[in-house]
Design a protein around this ligand. Structure first.
Ligand SMILES: *Cc1c(COP(=O)(O)O)cnc(C)c1O
Length: 499
């Protein structure tokens, strides 16, 4: 452990300032006259008194203790933490995009509306769907949007169906979104190959099922090879098929969900279409639908009338608004720039590279860590660290030890169908050298688990903090400064506590 960073409050020196206003040359009135008694505080707030340079160094140092895609390999399965070209940020920062006000009349923001309209069309071309809304602010909100549309669709037909079928390997947001939309969730047990079992689907399908909600490729990184049979069986029961499209970066330019019989899907622009994400946002989860469902899309929609673009609130069956305005515009601009700079062939290369990178790592690691489902994968794979268990070393320990080797940890304990799951998604933006370094680090940790298991069990050892109580940090976050918190923080970062 090196260089513990003191709290900014501990750097406080009475009277020190970052910025001072010039003396006032106009008439001065006391604050008592201007601010009513009940809005005045009795004492000054306990703010740190620091210089601008104190602040810059403090936060720069803290940022350097963090892991990020720009600084470290980040193979966080399911999350697609790939490198994001800076060009996208640059364009999203242009005043015409970043500084417009949501209430500006359409006539003032024609360029932005054109971009949104074109982005919808590009997403239609990429996925084979008929129409898109760009409103939802995350993948999970896209799921909610899709499920609300499914509900509205069946209701309008006088056929209010209560059930959504969801495979047991699904991302946790899938059953959560279905339950939040008022559906009953019924789980589909995966077949022995990790895919949807057509037999199980047949047994559960009925006229009570509103939709099947699947992920393709699924969360094990496997393509649903029976997809055409699956969608046909659902449609025979007049059930819809919702696809969680968060894994779309395995399919770009290779397969279109529209051609697989998918009725509704969400994309995660912040994963597949290159927006830096993490820490809760911002994101975008556009929802695409077939022609039969287009009337249910949220309003407003961007319409092209002649050569002009305008907002359109009219819609007979719309589920309404999903977002205060029209989504996270910055994320939408980034996706547009990303798609336009890569073009059709570039997008296909993205998916091919994502797939070959994942398969390369799978091949390098499978001898040491079994991969229970599939001998090859699409953009990610799930290994099992079960063989380390008899040594008293868990997937959690290995994830933490990887941090010492300068790699962010893969996703662990998800999906639930793999014991000691260790889900690796290298993404297309990494070089062979980086993949090799990661594989070698993992193999070395497997060796450590045999020869020095305590090293792994007590990792991380080389970082600014050692293993934290993450549940406590999430459940009882202490974001305020108090002398007690300061002492606790000091104990946490003091050198005596590092080992
Ligand atoms: C990330 C992810 C989601 C949720 O997306 P958010 O943008 O985090 O809400 C849903 N499904 C899958 C498969 C995902 O990987």
């Amino acid at each position: 452990m090196e260089n513990p960073e003191a709290l900014i409050f501990e750097r406080s020196v009475p009277g020190r300032r970052g910025f001072r206003l010039p003396p006032c040359d106009g008439p001065v009135r006391p604050s008592e006259e201007l601010v009513p008694e009940e809005h005045r505080r009795a004492e000054a707030p306990p703010l740190p008194e620091v210089s601008e340079l104190n602040v810059v160094r403090h936060f720069t140092r803290l940022s350097q203790q963090n892991f990020s895609v720009d600084t470290h390999f980040y193979p966080l399965g399911s999350c697609t933490m790939k490198y994001n070209p800076k060009l996208n940020d640059r364009v999203a920062g242009w005043g015409g995009f970043a500084l417009v006000h949501p209430f500006q009349p359409a006539a003032h923001v024609q360029g932005l509306l054109q971009l949104l309209h074109e982005l919808e069309q590009l997403l239609c071309q990429i996925t084979g769907m008929a129409a898109f809304t760009l409103q939802p602010a995350a993948g999970a909100q896209g799921e909610l949007t899709g499920l609300k549309m499914i509900r509205a669709y069946h209701r309008l037909r006088g056929d209010d169906r209560p059930t959504i079928l969801i495979p047991d390997s699904a991302h946790g947001t899938n059953p959560a979104s279905a339950a939040l939309s008022g559906f009953r969730v019924e789980q589909l047990r995966s077949g022995p190959n990790g895919l949807i079992s057509v037999e199980e689907l047949n047994a559960k399908l009925s006229r009570k099922v509103a939709a099947l909600m699947l992920t393709n490729p699924n969360t094990l990184g496997l393509f649903e090879t029976e997809i055409l049979t699956i969608t046909r069986l659902c449609h025979e029961q007049e059930a819809l098929v919702y696809m969680d499209g968060a894994n779309m970066n395995a399919l770009l330019g290779l397969v279109k969900p529209g051609d697989m019989g998918i009725d509704i899907l969400q994309l995660n622009l912040h994963k597949t279409f290159s927006t830096p994400h993490g820490g809760g946002g911002p994101g975008a989860g556009p929802v695409g639908v077939t022609k039969a469902l287009a009337d249910f899309l949220p309003t407003p929609r961007v319409r092209k009338v002649g050569r002009r673009f305008q907002w359109d609130d009219r819609s007979r069956h719309s589920i309404g608004r999903l977002h205060g305005f029209y989504g996270n515009i910055g994320v939408l601009v980034r996706a547009y720039v990303y798609i336009r700079t890569l073009g059709k062939e570039g997008l296909e290369r993205v998916s091919r590279a994502a797939i070959i990178n994942a398969n390369y790592l799978l091949a390098r690691l499978a001898g040491t860590f079994p991969v229970p489902f599939g001998t090859h994968c699409l953009h990610e794979f799930v290994a099992s660290l079960k063989p380390l268990k008899p040594l008293g070393v868990t997937a959690w320990d290995v994830a933490k030890r990887l941090l010492d080797y300068g790699c962010y940890a893969p996703t662990v304990y998800f999906p639930l169908v793999v014991e000691e799951a260790f889900m690796v998604e290298p993404t297309e933006t990494e070089s062979k050298e980086t993949l090799d370094a990661f594989a070698e680090a993992l193999l070395r940790i497997a060796e450590e688990a045999r020869t020095a298991p305590d090293t792994v069990r007590h990792a991380p050892r080389e970082l600014a903090v050692d293993r934290l109580d993450e549940v406590k940090a999430a459940r009882e976050p202490n974001l305020r400064w108090t002398p007690a918190a300061s002492q606790a923080a000091e104990a946490l970062v003091s050198p005596g506590n590092a080992e």
